[in-house]
Design a protein around this ligand. Sequence first.
Ligand code: GLC
Length: 433
Amino acid sequence: MKRFCSIILALLLITIAVSAQQPYVPSKENLKNRELFQDMKFGVFIHWGIYSMMADGEWILNNKNIHHEEYAKLAEGFYPSKFSAVKWVSDVKAAGAKYICITSRHHDGFSMFGTKQSTYNIVDATPFKRDIIKELADECHKQGIRLHFYYSLLDWGRSDYYPIGKTGQGVGRTEHGNWGDYHRFMLNQLTELLTQYGEIGAIWFDGQWDQPEDFDWRMREIYDHIHRIQPGCMVINNHHLAPVEGEDGQTFEKDLPGQNQSGFSATATIGQLPLETCETMNHTWGYSITDRDYKSEKGLIHYLIKAAGNNANLLMNVGPRPNGEFPDIAVERYNAMGEWLKTYGETIYGTRGGFIPPQEWGVTTQKGNKLYVHILNLKEKDIYLPLNGKKIKSAKSFIDKKPVSFIMEGTGAKLTFGTIPDDIDFVVELELR
Ligand code: GLC
């Protein structure tokens, strides 16, 4: 009997190993969702958890070396009296964003949804007792906003997140559990997230960088698990590396694709999957009471345009306050982005990065035979567009459809303006043939 069991076990392990090596073939609905994802162009990232009560970002447990058992007691006081999924989704719509990515569980290990895998969650551990993820999901589905779940791979509280990674070393963990249990816990939570909240656009992983690069996370099993439950659900992993088999999109943290100003993107070479760049409005992802240094309206709009010109989506973060409201400044900024998009949305939504790569003066986006030239920063009265030999059928200013003068030169064209354009974004609409 013992021998029989070991043979079965060996066969099982071989099957798992073989299936882990199989190339991933995305389903039809997955490929469709990748297109839809790229068409949406703009999403709102939401970092919210019990850390918002400490009002100093989402890493406070680690940064202040708080004992994790003491930190967990925050949950008993978490009562976000002003939380309204209706208001959040309306704010997101007013921003002109098409999807939300919310922290279902961050590195502190607290689940913002009614999980059955641990009582350390918003329903069981707080007086609020409401599954805000459920309320948000219902509202998103009602108002036509796609929903993505941020999910932390690392956990600063659980003993089975062992070996402990680079972070969270001073939070008083002494017990050592079993990694296999942790892996199962994650699979079970993902099952809940993918079966109880309707259609989910993406699972957005974070924290893989906590372990050495050769650490075996058994990610492929996790990815396959997700695709088995919702084949259309995209898998995006903020591991700061080139994409790997089983993923459906690639995200860049605080950087446009190909750049590395954040220091996170050194090895993140651009792959073939849909791209996204994530950034936060001020300096932290979770709410910070001392940080009112929000990016300007112009800066945020430029970031969105530059992301689009780099063929990427922008996922722009807000950290709601402990009472459940978005900070007023964030709402103002989102509204400004939304106002701009009301006029210029056509040049962003549904476009792809233009065939002319990003330039000093700005970027291009394209849809069909239309090329939108976004002039963000020009010092002269003309620009040269390398058109690879393509011809211009018409050139006009997007805003008032007035003709823009041009002459063909070499394999491109020179556009000339009466005065140096100084709009937030002066868009020239070119029809090519
Ligand atoms: C980093 C941080 C994390 C944040 C994420 C968003 O990986 O660890 O707090 O959620 O960036 O991109």
